[in-house]
Design a protein around this ligand. Structure first.
Ligand code: ADP
Ligand code: MG
Length: 687
């Protein structure tokens, strides 16, 4: 149970003054559903303004406060055009206060013609007119004081304004109780960190590295503690020692010999599985390194030992692909492989559920649906998690730990994660590395060219198809998430390429009905379709060795690690493969450098490190905004700097200070609930 002291923090945002159904929506969009979330909605930056008597004193791009007299309101019949309020300063200079969308209602109310107002905002030039877009403040009096303030700037969504959010933050701060200290006194002293409540107050008020560090540390400590609790619990709970006799694996008729790295990894896994203590191992291997076979061998060991294995994929598309691959490979062994996704309905679903329960299904591949409450296994002993970095932290491991006996867990990733980040995401775990690509792979030639040469590229495509080859075409990433704009871009490209290639082109994106998506994938995988046009959904795992050309539009918008993943879709067969990176005009210098690096190297680790340096690791930890992100407060720099200490501290607390008993343990428990890592606490009870 959550400690009572935290109740005010977990109250819904509707309990704050001024939040009704209308305001709830934009807040929800930012993920601010409870008082706690508002408290942790820390400013992106701070602005300070200068009070000026007239616009001649101010520079373009400067944040100012100035007294103006409103002269005219101008709306346009064109709904897209902004609403403009013209106003004059003391010298008669004219300025436009510019409002987009519904913000014009506010303008009408706040700025009556003929009245004097203090306006605060950023001065810009639009054509030959000075303007302030969406002023931060419009005041009848007392505006001078704004000139001295340092104000927080928060991330907003439509329907919210800075003062609104600031108001909610102030209300939330007032509700924040004093919490018991979970950070060791010595450390807090040494770092000179404020206590929790002060830290929040300070972090909202001004640039305050100490306060920000403390809050980040809290999050890291909570995470480390939770992972450690789960791990300890895992060790306490016995798993099953799985001893394979080779009778399934012997019948595997692989068309290739395993690489040394694959053999080594399999041996490491086999050693772990033979122990009663549940395995927790990460299999790292660049795209195309051959992780799937390793997973299959591991799962067959479980089957030989009379148990079941499950493989969890991040998307339905990938689950399906894995299923096809595994089933094809496993057929000669006689192991029964099934696919289970949230989409299965009725009879089909029932029969899979039965098969899992009575043990007639040996291996199940699926999305997280395979861990729903309703899914019961006869004897699930091994869980393989593919492309783990797409999921939230240890959550999946927690899920995997649902049974009375903890299953062995093998997480697989193509992202070479630096050690600090592995620690952050998984806690302590063992790592196997596939540091050797299967033989016979040819280097992929990477070409960088401007979007304007697309015509020539399409001709090149035609000749590829003539030779019986296939190709991918990845459309520009408009948003990070395969949103409506991405889909629109993909559809437009699909239509254009369809004019030239007709039925040879298929389209896949995240918002396509699953049946259509599968049908398209199947046509491409079978070789019936020559060109797969896609948003970034094909990023991971899709395996079509006959595809030898990868085109990526607006490659400058992608991260290096992501480009590397995408490029890894080709070069899987013995034919020479190419990757074409198209870019728009006016490429920045960094962008040029990054694309050049793509051309020069195929070393995934190097690209990842470089990406980390250039982009701040968001990609490795999951996008910040998504609910799956590992950390909301701590940024990459803080993780790297503070996590090792948090980790050691968590261990001391667990080992020396009696876990969550005792005074500090009690406080740590509160911390776990505050960061909703309370699954860690739950493992302490029952079990
Ligand atoms: P990833 O590590 O990216 O998941 P896959 O498991 O999809 O890689 O393997 C990529 C391709 O390499 C597949 O077509 C697979 O059949 C092939 N492959 C795997 N191991 C070997 C090997 N030892 N020799 C040759 N080809 C292999
Ligand atoms: Mg894979």
């Amino acid at each position: 149970m959550r400690p009572d002291i935290l109740n005010p923090l977990f109250a819904e945002t509707e309990t704050l003054d001024g939040v009704g159904p209308k305001m709830k929506k934009p807040l929800d969009r930012l993920g601010l559903t409870r008082v706690r979330d508002v408290l942790y909605h820390l400013p992106e930056r701070f602005v300070s303004r200068r009070a000026v008597t007239d616009l001649d004193e101010a520079g373009e791009g400067e944040n100012i406060v100035v007294a103006l007299t409103v002269t005219e309101h101008r709306s346009s019949r064109n709904a897209r055009a902004p609403y403009r309020v013209l106003a004059q300063d003391a010298k008669g200079n004219v300025l436009s206060l510019t409002y987009f969308g519904r913000a014009s209602y506010t303008a009408r109310k706040q700025l009556p013609v003929g009245e004097k107002r203090w306006v605060a905002g950023k001065l810009e030039r639009y054509g030959d007119m000075l303007q302030i877009v969406h002023p931060d403040h419009v005041l009848e009096e007392g505006g001078e004081s704004l000139g001295h303030l340092c104000e927080p700037v928060y991330r907003l969504s439509e329907g919210l304004t800075q003062p609104r959010v600031a108001g909610l933050v102030a209300q939330s701060l007032a509700k924040a109780p004093e919490l018991p200290e979970w950070i060791e006194a010595q450390q807090a002293d040494r770092e000179d960190w404020p206590d929790w409540r002060d830290a929040l107050n300070l972090a909202h008020k001004s640039e305050n590295p100490k306060a920000r560090d403390r809050l980040a540390y809290d999050e890291l400590l909570a995470n480390s503690l939770a992972l450690m609790l789960v791990r300890a619990d895992n060790r306490r709970r016995r798993g099953q020692a799985l001893m394979g006799d080779g009778r399934y694996r012997d019948k595997l008729a692989l068309p290739f010999p395993l690489t040394g790295a694959q053999q080594r990894s399999i041996a490491e896994i086999e050693g772990d599985l033979a122990q009663e203590a549940p395995m927790l191992r990460l299999l790292q291997g660049d795209v195309g390194a051959g992780k799937t076979v390793v997973a299959l061998e591991a799962m067959l060991i479980a089957v030989e030992a009379g148990a079941q294995a499950a493989m969890l994929a991040p998307t339905e598309l990938l689950a399906r692909q894995h299923y096809e691959t595994l089933r094809r490979m496993a057929t000669p062994t006689g192991a029964e492989v099934a696919l289970f996704t949230g989409r299965d309905k009725g009879r089909a679903r029932e029969s899979i559920l039965m098969g899992l329960l009575d043990g007639s299904i040996d291996i199940v591949v699926g999305t997280h649906a395979i861990f729903q409450d309703k899914v019961a296994y006869r004897n699930l002993a091994l869980v393989v998690i593919d492309e783990q970095h797409r999921f939230g932290v240890g959550q999946r491991l927690m899920l995997a730990g649902k049974g009375r006996r903890a299953p062995h867990v093998l997480a697989m990733t193509a992202t070479p994660i630096p050690r600090t980040l592995t620690l952050a995401q998984y806690g302590e775990l063992d790592v196997s590395k596939l540091d050797e690509l299967p033989p016979g792979r040819q280097a992929i030639d990477t070409v960088v060219m401007g979007q304007e040469r697309i015509g020539a590229l399409v001709d090149r495509l035609a000749s590829q198809f003539g030779e019986g080859r296939q190709a991918y075409w990845v459309c520009p990433m408009v948003r990070e998430m395969d949103g409506p704009e991405d889909v629109a871009a993909a559809e437009a490209r699909y239509a254009a390429l369809g004019e030239r290639f007709g039925k040879d082109v298929v389209l896949v994106h995240g918002q396509l009905a699953p049946e259509l998506k599968d049908a398209a994938m199947e046509r491409f995988a079978s070789g019936d379709a020559k060109l797969l046009v896609a948003t970034t959904v094909i990023e991971v795992g899709v395996d079509v060795p006959n595809a030898t050309l990868m085109v990526i539009e607006q490659a400058e918008r992608f991260g290096l690690a992501q480009l590397h993943q995408l490029r890894g879709r080709v070069g899987r067969g013995s034919e020479k493969s190419f990757c074409v990176l198209l870019h728009g005009e006016n490429l920045s210098e960094t962008a040029q450098e990054r694309l050049k690096l793509m051309r020069q190297t195929q070393d995934g680790f190097l690209l990842s490190e470089e990406d980390l340096r250039l982009r701040g690791g968001g990609e490795l930890l999951g996008t910040r905004q998504s609910g799956d992100a590992a950390f909301q407060i701590a940024d990459l720099e803080q993780i790297t700097r503070l996590l090792p200490t948090a980790h050691d501290d968590a261990r001391l607390l667990m080992e020396r200070d009696g876990g969550l008993e005792g005074e500090r343990g009690e406080a740590a428990r509160t911390l776990l609930y505050l960061f909703e890592r309370d699954f860690g606490v739950r493992t302490l009870r029952g079990g």
